[in-house]
Write a new protein. Sequence first.
Length: 116
Amino acid sequence: MFSGMPTNAPGGPRTFGLLPTSTLAWTLTVAGLAALLLSAWLSVEAFDVVFGRAPTPGGGEFFTALFGGVPTLLLGALLVGVSASRPAWRSGLALVGVVAAVILVAAWVVVLLRWA
């Protein structure tokens, strides 16, 4: 009987810890989270302009966000997605990264719909 909690029984779902267990999993997870953090930082100015703040005199908010933030978001989503997809590399930290990537993509969808 499956109670919703993962077990390590043969043929059953595998458990995973909060932190990655191998060096490669650590590298992928931390690099992905760092890329997502950089993407959020590069995108926040464009988000502010779309939601009502006046643009700065030099502009460049959307240039920075579209040509820096979006590619970095895609790279970060790829890295945390790979680290969360393999059962041997899966960790709670990688799943937090996947949720953060989904939230950032959803924020970009909202910005693009509001901007258009």
